[in-house]
Write a protein that binds this ligand. Structure first.
Ligand SMILES: Cc1cc2nc3c(=O)[nH]c(=O)nc-3n(C[C@H](O)[C@H](O)[C@H](O)COP(=O)(O)OP(=O)(O)OC[C@H]3O[C@@H](n4cnc5c(N)ncnc54)[C@H](O)[C@@H]3O)c2cc1C
Length: 390
């Protein structure tokens, strides 16, 4: 039976970033990353849009993204393994959050907070939006905030960067499915895999993404986290803007990302998005539930072709749609990295650092206890602006 200090249950971006940050701070620590599917075909990380934004309304979420920006600036060098330097193709095309009348006040509060933390964000009136992006109908919006530091990257490259560096620093990468989490006297002792093997550890990190609820249930812990299917549609449009278009979120929650020229990806959280582990792609859903919305804001999208797309799972925290981070109160050594609700990819850097510091018991670079599991039992939700994309 192998023995480790820390086992990551699931090997997505949260696990690999945590493993990297642990080993960076303590090269003697013994870590295993256990991943059931090393192709990552269904992992949310590789199926995400890969966006990072500073435009949050909670200070800690902004500070997490700022650390993300710091890491990205040196990612290629810091994650180099020999001559192999990962390139994450970070396109800082900016994010534009458009708002309707009902949401102007909340957007302005967020803007002031972001500015106070030195984020490069500005308010755009409907006319200013129209001047920059004439294809958006200014009558449909009350203005918006533009953040020039926000942007989109290749999430798989970030995952692989952390994974390969963590392995190079000494983490063991095990392909296997965790089917049980073991504990004695409310203290984690190990995990059992589908092949019957057992691995001992003092800390187990629940980094199983949308599967995190079933991992917690092995310890009779109920997390308010549900796997929810989201579609991303790849569109060929007749827009051919001269300037780069920012990732744009419309007041309804619909968003578009310019991939290149007239090619965009597009998505929207729909109230009846199914809960579960279904990954079937339904092209018709665009016509039935998304297209009308897109036409409302961009009339030129009357001419549009769905040329592809995919589905992935959000791990929705139904309590307050924010991360659940830290040790579970009544289970020593059970560390949670769950419930990221659609904005986790960008937080992987700060989450990895935070969990590493908690496990090592060293001074915190950024206190994220606002996202502790205790807030759920204490019924103290921490909400972002509910009108913004999660
Ligand atoms: C369509 C879509 C768009 C998104 N866009 C963005 C975005 O633009 N920006 C952003 O910040 N976030 C975005 N997200 C959210 C983001 O993808 C997630 O919050 C983040 O990637 C979660 O990382 P993770 O490591 O927790 O999960 P995952 O990447 O899913 O990794 C979990 C891993 O655990 C493994 N696993 C599960 N159970 C077991 C087990 N029993 N044993 C072993 N291994 C197991 C899985 O195979 C998986 O590889 C998006 C998500 C989706 C679906």
């Amino acid at each position: 039976m192998a023995s480790y200090d820390v086992i990551m249950i699931g090997g997505g971006v949260m696990a690999c970033s945590t493993a990297y940050h642990l080993l960076k701070k303590d090269s003697t620590i013994n870590i295993a990353i256990i991943e059931k599917d090393p192709s990552y075909a269904q992992s949310s990380t590789v199926l995400s849009d890969g966006n990072l934004r500073l435009q949050f309304n909670i200070k800690e979420n902004i500070l997490m993204s700022q650390y993300g920006l710091e890491m990205l600036a040196r990612f290629s060098e810091e994650m180099a393994v020999g001559d192999n330097k990962p390139h994450v193709s970070f396109r800082q095309q900016g994010n534009l959050f458009l708002t309707d009348e009902a949401d102007v006040a909340a957007a302005q509060i967020g803007l002031e907070l972001q500015k106070s933390l030195n984020c490069q964000v500005e308010w755009l009136s409907p006319d200013a939006v129209n001047k920059r992006y004439p294809f958006i109908d200014p009558k449909t919006i009350a203005g918006g905030t533009f953040g020039s530091q926000d942007g989109t990257m290749d999430p798989q490259a970030v995952l692989m960067g952390y994974k390969n560096k963590a392995i190079a620093l000494g983490a063991e990468y095990i392909v296997g499915e965790v089917v049980d989490v073991l504990a004695t006297n409310q203290q984690i002792t190990g995990v059992r895999l589908a092949d019957g093997s057992q691995h001992q550890c003092r800390y187990a990190v629940n980094s199983a993404g949308a599967w995190g609820t079933s991992i917690a249930r092995k310890l009779w812990i109920e997390l308010p986290v549900q796997p929810v299917k989201r579609h991303v549609f790849h569109l060929e449009t007749n827009l051919n803007p001269e300037n780069t278009i920012p990732l744009t979120v419309f007041p309804s929650g619909l968003y578009i990302i310019q991939e290149s020229g007239k090619h965009f990806t597009c998505g929207k959280s729909l109230p009846d998005d199914p809960i579960g582990f279904d990954f079937t792609f339904n092209r018709q859903l665009f016509v039935d539930s998304v297209w009308e919305d897109l036409l409302h804001y961009i009339p030129a999208c009357e001419q549009v072709k769905v040329v592809g797309g995919w589905t992935g799972l959000y791990a929705i925290n139904t309590f307050d749609r924010n991360a659940i981070l830290g040790e579970y109160p009544s289970m020593k050594g059970f560390m949670l990295a769950n419930g990221f609700s659609g904005h986790g990819f960008q937080q992987c850097h700060a989450v990895g650092r935070y969990l590493a510091e908690l496990i090592l018991g060293i001074e915190l670079s950024l206190d994220l206890s606002i996202f502790s599991p205790e807030r759920i039992s204490n019924n103290k939700p921490v909400h972002e602006n509910p009108h913004k994309i999660v």
